[in-house]
Design a protein around this ligand. Sequence first.
Ligand SMILES: C[S@@+](CC[C@H](N)C(=O)[O-])C[C@H]1O[C@@H](n2cnc3c(N)ncnc32)[C@H](O)[C@@H]1O
Length: 196
Amino acid sequence: MEPWQDDPAPAAPDEEIPPGWLEPGAPPLILDIGCHRGSFLVDLAALRPEANILGIEKQAERVQRARGKVRRLGLTNAWALQSRGLETLRALPRGSVQAVHILFPDPWPKRKHATRRMVDTEFLEAVIGVLAPGGFLRFVTDDAPYADAVRRRAAKLPALIPDDSPGGDFPPSTFEQTFLEQQKPIHRLNWRRATV
Ligand SMILES: C[S@@+](CC[C@H](N)C(=O)[O-])C[C@H]1O[C@@H](n2cnc3c(N)ncnc32)[C@H](O)[C@@H]1O
């Protein structure tokens, strides 16, 4: 582990995904990778009662806060795991996910730190592996260089088809709300997973 990876998040999910969520015939599974304290997670779960929403967050305290929200609201279709995004994607069955939301991932704006960004080609390939055909990937950031880098990497992956209609309207995440209030530019990238 690099010195900057100083938090104790387990590499792979430390707990089971809720029982039944990966069974045949289970509700569609939606991921919120880097879910922070779960604000978007619970808002989306309330809007999409027919789907299961799984947050993935590396920091333990944020996972507990997200779970606290889920319990207080009595949601049975939302949960948060303490894990890293890439390792969780690798642990999930192929084609098991309907949608992946990556909202305002840490931008690492200094050029020398760009290799620390969560979303790189390896990560996108792992997303392609778990997405069901026709499933979507939604990436939102305030950081233009990060958006450009992800757009360029995705353009080299034929399984990701740019698509401006990512399956509806979505509640704003905590960071999105802040940047909207500050009237900062927000970069929104969406893709569908190819069906063949
Ligand atoms: C800038 S915050 C954005 C939070 C939220 N998505 C939003 O839009 O309000 C990024 C979050 O991603 C988490 N994170 C960073 N790298 C991660 C990784 N590899 N796997 C899971 N979570 C990660 C951070 O701990 C932090 O909570």
